[in-house]
Design a protein around this ligand. Sequence first.
Ligand SMILES: [Zn+2]
Length: 287
Amino acid sequence: MSAGRFAPSPSGDLHIGNLRTALLAWLCARRTGRDFVIRVEDLDRVREGAETRQLADLAAIGLDWDGPVVRQSERARFYDAALASLAGRGLVFECFCTRREILEAPSAPHAPPGSYPGTCRDLTEAEREARRQDRPAALRLRSDVATFTVQDALHGTYEGVVDDFVLRRGDGAVAYNLAVVVDDAQQGIDQVVRGDDLLSSAPRQAYLASLLGSTPPSYVHVPLALNTEGKRLAKRDGAVTLAELGPQTFGLIVASLGMHGSSPRELLETFEIEQIPRDPWIFVPPA
Ligand SMILES: [Zn+2]
């Protein structure tokens, strides 16, 4: 199977920027003859009823999807299996650092702020045993690269940092980067269309995919919707959801893409991935 996807977190209603990204993901998948699947990323930040409303909103703007909706909360066994596979190859280590310790540790030259300085990478078993008394360990990937390169339809060749990133948090929750990679591989997702705030995490995910024996997907990181102050659009920016904007929502999205059409199917007739606007969409809520 060959598929694209939209993967919302059910933390609240989708805003018009989320719906725009969903429409672009649908167009990219359908334009290239792929299936389109919905995956609910509900490992944390779940709000009661949000998933139902999100799916209804996607259907309301004319999007359809293939197969059942997949929920990450139901897939722990697959994440555990991937972790076990990596651990069996010596690619996982326990980390006892707090966020503060990581920020304050001297880091490698040119490493971006917050990247893991390697503190726990080479602890002895005795040291680990001692530190386990303090706090539960997170599990990190023992990365043997410093950077990794991905291909993006809008950003071209993109090289980004790969540090020893977290695979499972200290509280036992699977990390986003691991879940996404396992799910994409297993769902046959070979095209990832999402907001460009996630571009910098694509190299980590593509590297992890390669370690797990899958081919990294092709990427299309699309510009986000911003508010009039240039910040990422959010619920507090006024009328931004389908419930608030009503039937004009689809037309506003289509206009923002410089396209014409009254349904996703109609847009599909002329849509080309290369024509996706490269600049953020400044959204001004209608008065
Ligand atoms: Zn550590």
